[in-house]
Design a protein around this ligand. Structure first.
Ligand code: ZN
Length: 295
């Protein structure tokens, strides 16, 4: 399944939906209510429900049989598939080549850092920053893991049971703040600096998350191109590692790190500017495009 959050222009509340094909989105709240299955409006609340997969399937089946809740994609606005995650965990230096690109040693264990949840924004929204605060804004193409069950001290072998699915993410970074502050939280946490989307692709639709092409383009020029097969620590490693230290909750996001080709290490550097358009793509997960606004 491909789960997202959507709004319609009629002023009604936002709703969680399932994109069933290129043209169609099912309003799960509406279809679920008609089918006798209560589905919350927000995706994080849906993921916290027991048997959320089954409930979602029932709502989709009902919609397909009756037409209730079925919407044309042109009639809805797509929002971030997850809003208000409790945590946005990030992994640094998790592609072998990227670590070497920055002259950093290959880590023995995942290097974790965090973005504040207020960074999260959706597909098609604008990445914004104040030029008085930062002059070095960079892109990072990343596979993002979405947690689907409360997770505490889970073994690597069981880790995938706790994953709801995957998103395309852009770990937008203010390099001058990141490298000037002594630690990374401010440079990584400007509002709008975590675009995610286009939809949450559930684990059953992804054969192998460690074998996906991943890339980034700025204004149509391809600047990052790699595969998740180059991840040093895989999805199961990361979920297990995090859960030894802290509880992961449904809807929590793990940005798994970026491959080589980020702007700051290019010769000459490629930093994001007002009016730029950034697209991140991952094979089988989708494409995420956001425009930039400086000012
Ligand atoms: Zn990153």
């Amino acid at each position: 399944m491909r789960l997202g959050q959507y709004s319609t222009t009629d002023g009604a509340q936002d709703w969680v939906g399932a994109k069933t094909d290129d043209r169609t989105v099912v309003n799960l709240v509406e279809a679920g209510a008609a089918a006798g299955v209560e589905i919350p409006r927000e995706s994080t609340d849906l993921l916290a429900e027991w048997e959320w997969r089954r409930k979602t399937e029932l709502a989709v089946e009902y919609a397909e049989q009756t037409g209730v809740g079925v919407r044309d994609v042109d009639d809805v606005d797509r929002l971030a598939p997850i809003t208000d995650p409790e945590k946005v965990v990030c992994v640094g230096l998790n592609y072998r080549d990227h670590a070497e690109e920055g002259d950093n040693p290959i880590p023995d264990e995942p290097v974790l850092f965090s973005k504040f949840p207020t960074t999260v924004t959706g597909p098609g929204s604008t990445i914004t920053w104040d030029p008085d605060l930062t002059e070095k804004v960079d892109y990072e193409a990343e596979l993002v893991v979405v947690i689907g069950r409360e997770t505490r001290r889970v073994d690597r072998e069981d880790a995938f049971d706790h994953v709801a699915g995957y998103l395309v993410g852009n770990d937008v970074s203010a390099r001058d703040l990141q490298h000037g502050d002594g630690q990374w939280v401010r440079g990584k946490s400007l509002d709008t600096f975590a675009p995610i989307g286009p939809e949450l692709v559930t684990t059953d639709e992804v054969d192998d998350p460690h074998d996906l092409d991943i890339w980034a383009e700025v204004n149509g020029e391809r600047l990052q191109e790699s595969s998740t097969s180059s991840l040093i620590f895989g999805v199961d490693d990361l979920v297990s590692f995090c859960s030894q230290a802290f509880t992961l909750k449904p809807g929590d996001l793990i940005f798994t790190g970026t491959p080589p080709g980020v702007g700051v290490y290019r010769e000459p550097p490629v930093l994001l500017d007002d009016g730029d358009s950034v697209t991140i793509g991952i094979d089988g997960i989708g494409e995420l495009t956001n425009d930039c606004r400086c000012g």
